[in-house]
Design a protein around this ligand. Structure first.
Ligand code: MSP
Length: 502
């Protein structure tokens, strides 16, 4: 793979607000991160992958009030929906963090103290606009028709507040971004951040006094920490912070990719690195902002009643189909439009017709005409060697930031293989040249194995079925073992239909 990643890699999703049930946006980033983690593990990296829930702040407190529940009871309940979604997606993160957990509260307070001790926090008072939906402060000149630029309602806030000296980091941030061209991706988002910083950074209010549901500021408990300072710290909590000697902190910080949606770029690419610099910590290696999904052309919103329930989608189509559609349909970084017919088309053409059908016709032919044994091969032609080597070059060129492109290249390979089988027509050689028939089947079967290894980060269930059917050992499913050929004469099992066409 072509990016500069070391052996140990830390992959993070944003942590999700528990004011409401999960929706397609909450599932999307997690699926992207899970696929990237699987892709890295396949290539031999050691991955720490975390996700979780963001449980403090005014928005969550209000949602609890509305539900008539104590905040802790409310967040316990809603957080469980997010945990359920993670298991429904068959994802096992290294940790599912909740910001109401004691080790996180300790970490957030420790980060505050480190920033304070370095002289970057002072007491003042905040008089300005706040959008609860975004949990963000906005300057007067940012408002559009009396609302936040995101369309969220704003309210005037006037209260004592601790401030973070963000203004002191303007030059340092720009310098870091300039020296590390890949720090913020894609490029359009990097440029957006540069423009924002260049427009001038003001000090940031980092505590609130008009509600209680947050991490208390230790030295002044009438204040709770600004929810974004609390939430962002979660990326350190999971690695053992404030114990910087802990094994995971040593291994994984700052070798990190923060995958986020484009709406939370400012918090991750400006505030977060500034907090870290202020605390004397290293900044994350990469921040990647993906686009937003609309539903059948419309912005997704509760008031329009067009939210997409990821659990219902998985129940209807199965997790592999949902993963495949979301990852293949839209290049990471672009906005995408969810459409049922688009999903069914992808299922029918790429998964059922192209890959599923290839596996079915080759393995069932082998069951019937080779008694279920891996066929014998003859000498491989130049073209066949190219076919075998193709997945290796694909993987070498692959980038975790271009997963859509990688999936598409695997699809091209499947297409090439289907063409090989059609042209060679092994079924015509049953009587006339059985050794050649077996040879062609062997090439097809070995290629199916290779395809399944490459596809496994994206459609793990189907690939597991194929690799189990071909009796490929766990070790041999690693990319560095891809050249270990199937053994002629060993038994393969029935694989069945991988994807049901609709
Ligand atoms: N709690 C903060 C993140 C804190 S990270 C330290 C938050 N939570 S959120 O639940 O509102 O959003 C979580 C993620 O979902 C964000 O990355 C956001 O971009 C993403 N999405 C929400 N709706 C989305 C779509 N319609 N499409 C794609 N992703 C979207 O922000």
């Amino acid at each position: 793979m072509n990016q500069k990643l070391g052996k140990d890699v830390f992959i993070t999703t944003p942590i999700y607000y528990v004011n409401d049930k999960p929706h397609i946006g909450s599932a999307y980033t997690t699926l992207v991160c899970d696929s990237v983690s699987r892709m890295l593990k396949l290539m031999g990296h050691n991955v720490y992958f975390m996700t979780g829930t963001d449980e403090h702040g005014q928005k969550v407190e209000k949602a609890a009030q509305k539900a008539g529940k104590a905040p802790q009871d409310f967040v316990d309940e809603v957080s469980q929906h997010f945990k359920d979604l993670v298991s429904k997606m068959e994802i096992s993160p290294s940790r599912f963090i909740r910001t109401t957990e004691p080790d996180h509260i300790k970490a957030a307070q420790a980060l505050w103290k480190a920033i304070k001790d370095n002289g970057y926090i002072y007491l003042g008072s905040y008089d300005g606009w706040y959008a609860m939906r975004d949990e963000a402060f906005y300057a007067e000149e940012e408002l559009v028709d009396g609302k936040a630029p995101t369309g969220a309602e704003v309210e005037w806030v006037s209260e004592p507040s601790y401030f973070f000296k963000l203004s002191a980091f303007q030059d340092k941030l720009l310098e870091h971004i300039n020296q590390n061209p890949d720090f913020i991706q894609p490029l359009s988002k990097r440029n957006e951040v540069i423009r924002f910083i260049e427009s001038g950074l003001k000090d940031l209010s980092i505590s609130r006094t008009t509600f209680q549901w947050g991490v208390p500021v230790e030295e002044d408990p009438s204040h709770v920490m600004y929810v974004w300072l609390d939430a962002l710290t979660n990326y350190l909590t999971v690695l053992g912070y404030p114990n910087q000697e802990s094994e995971n902190f040593q291994k994984f910080w700052p070798h990190c990719i923060h995958f986020i949606g484009k709406d939370i770029l400012r918090f991750h690419a400006v505030y977060w690195p500034a907090f870290l610099m202020a605390a004397g910590l290293e900044v994350p290696q990469y921040i990647y902002a993906h686009g937003w999904w609309t539903n059948e052309g419309q912005k997704i919103s509760k008031s329009l009643g067009n939210t997409i329930d990821p659990i219902a989608l998985i129940d209807e189509f199965g997790i592999d189909v949902v993963r495949y559609y979301l990852l293949r349909e839209v290049p990471l970084g672009n906005d995408g439009n969810f459409s049922r017919s688009g999903l069914i088309n992808r299922l029918n053409s790429d998964l059922a017709n192209s890959f599923g059908n290839l596996v079915r016709r080759i393995t069932s032919f082998i069951q019937t005409h080779c008694q279920g044994f891996v066929p014998q091969f003859l000498e491989f032609s130049k073209d066949e060697e190219i076919l075998f080597n193709h997945p290796i070059s694909l993987a070498e060129e692959a980038s975790v930031f271009h997963i859509t492109h990688f999936i598409d290249s695997i699809n091209q390979y499947v297409h090439q293989l289907n063409k090989y089988v059609d042209e060679k027509a092994p079924w015509k050689l049953k009587e006339s040249n059985k050794p050649m028939m077996e040879h062609i089947l062997y090439v097809a079967l070995e290629s199916i194995k290779r395809i399944s290894i490459l596809y496994s980060p994206f459609i793990p269930q189907a690939c597991e079925k194929v690799l189990d059917g071909l009796n490929v050992s766990r070790d041999d499913r690693q990319f560095n073992q891809i050249n270990r050929m199937l053994e002629s004469g060993s038994k393969i099992h029935e694989i069945g239909i991988l994807f049901q066409k609709l």
